[in-house]
Write a protein that binds this ligand. Structure first.
Ligand code: ATP
Ligand code: MG
Length: 413
């Protein structure tokens, strides 16, 4: 990508009303555009990051045999009435609207009920189970407060997955596979070492649900950690969970966190409420066990920005960076020609490069490379070319090395 082709621009200022660091940096770097509080558009560089996060999640969900679908944003009221969750006093973040003929519909804030309803058409016998499906969807939630940038959107991207099983044991087994898959996801996003599987409220069949909570000062949650035993508990269930786990409050350390994922074992309650059953091997109607598993895609992106950025800007892990290399040519036509060649060479070899071919001072280019958080910066200049060398700088450490053309390719390809 040549920066002269990119319509977005970096800026020194972020909107005056934007208080969160993640949104300030993402807006300044031209990754997102703020439409209103809690509502952000994703521009070319931001979209690349989202797509990469989705791809990491997609690979891990496919690896545990889940199948990708896309449900609808508009939802039927009747489906949610079956479980009592159309009621605004039960679910207080609904956006609701009406069709021309006055039929009430909701904008999807979750897809648990619609997915169960959809699966009624396909699940009849024990031979049809287990099933796991997932989607990436823009969820709509009328959140009371939206001051955390992309970490709390009124419109945000979630990966939600649902699994159906013939028995509690089968669901348990899958649930544990999901926990492992989620750990791999957060590792690959660069936040694994600070992300804890946390006891939380909201289990239906089991007493607890499990949240994936990442230590983050900008997070809105507090968890209680026992680092030695690797136990983490959400404050909402602290009394219950400490009793259950045999730990005392004094042993636990309170830390601020952001919930980047949440998984639920619903048992057969929701499927029973909604009348989804299967015929077992003996021909009897039996209950289906349901698990529900969310990951906040855009929130995870915000958490990465919050945690890994420094005073110069964003620091993307290579796995989700919008490009691997930021290429800068400085000086004579000769140097620019070399930079052009290197851009073509790296691109041909499948390395994603942002080529800063703008007519700007080198200092401004360096500053933008740092603001955008691209993992490697290559500088091509007359001074370096005199010895046939290139300069490579690592964004995360600031470490700089002088490399020959071959050594550079070895390192990056
Ligand atoms: P919170 O407690 O932060 O409001 P939640 O528990 O209501 O979140 P879930 O229904 O568990 O959210 O949704 C699954 C995941 O979606 C969450 O773990 C979180 O990562 C993400 N998420 C939830 N609400 C938002 C939001 N408003 N903006 C961005 N991501 C969100
Ligand atoms: Mg949750």
């Amino acid at each position: 990508m040549r920066l002269t082709n990119l319509f977005t621009k970096t800026s020194k200022d972020s909107p005056a009303d934007e208080v969160s660091k993640n949104a300030q940096l993402l807006i300044k770097a031209g990754f997102v555009y703020k439409e209103m509080a809690g509502v952000y558009a994703y521009l070319p560089l931001g979209l690349r990051v989202i797509e990469k996060i989705k791809q990491v999640v997609r690979e891990e969900m496919n690896a545990i045999n889940s199948q990708e679908i896309i449900m609808t944003g508009l939802q039927r009221k009747e489906i949610w009435e079956q479980t009592g969750r159309w009621d605004d006093t039960v679910v207080d973040i609904w956006f609701k609207t009406k069709l021309k003929d006055d039929t009430e519909v909701g904008l999807g804030w979750s897809h648990e009920e619609p997915i169960v309803e959809m699966l009624k058409q396909y699940v009849k016998s024990y031979k049809d189970l287990p099933i796991s499906v997932y989607q990436f969807q823009t969820k709509m939630r009328n959140e009371l407060r939206a001051k955390s940038g992309i970490m709390r959107g009124r419109e945000f991207v979630m990966k939600d997955m649902y699994s159906l099983h013939t028995s509690a044991e089968d669901l348990d087994n899958y649930y544990n596979q999901v926990i492992d898959a989620y750990k791999r996801v957060y590792d690959r996003l660069g936040i694994g070492s600070d992300t804890y599987v946390t006891f939380a409220s909201g289990g239906a069949f089991t007493k607890f649900s499990h949240e994936f909570q990442t230590i983050c000062d900008a997070g809105e949650d507090v968890i209680y950690l026992h680092r030695g035993r690797n136990i983490a508990i959400n404050e909402e269930v602290l009394d219950d969970a400490t009793k259950e786990l045999g730990v005392s409050r004094e042993e636990l350390e309170a830390v601020k966190t952001a919930e980047v994922g949440n998984i639920f074992n619903f048992g057969s309650q929701k499927t029973d409420d909604m009348g989804l059953k299967f015929t077992d091997a003996s021909g009897q109607q039996a209950s289906i066990y349901l698990g529900s598993y969310g990951i906040g895609i855009t929130r995870a992106m915000g958490v990465v920005v919050e945690k890994l950025s420094d005073e110069k800007g964003i620091v993307w892990p290579e796995s989700i960076a919008p490009a691997k290399v930021y290429l800068i040519g400085i000086g004579s036509d000769e140097a620019i020609k070399k930079a052009d060649e290197l851009y073509k060479d790296l691109s041909d070899r499948g390395v994603e490069v942002i080529y800063d071919d703008r007519d700007l001072r080198p200092g401004q280019k360096f500053a933008d490379a740092e603001l955008m958080g691209i993992p490697y910066r290559i500088t091509v200049s007359d001074r370096l070319l005199a010895d046939n060398n290139f300069e490579l700088t690592v964004r995360s450490s600031g470490e700089t090395s002088i490399l020959t053309h071959d050594a550079l390719l070895d390192k990056l390809v």
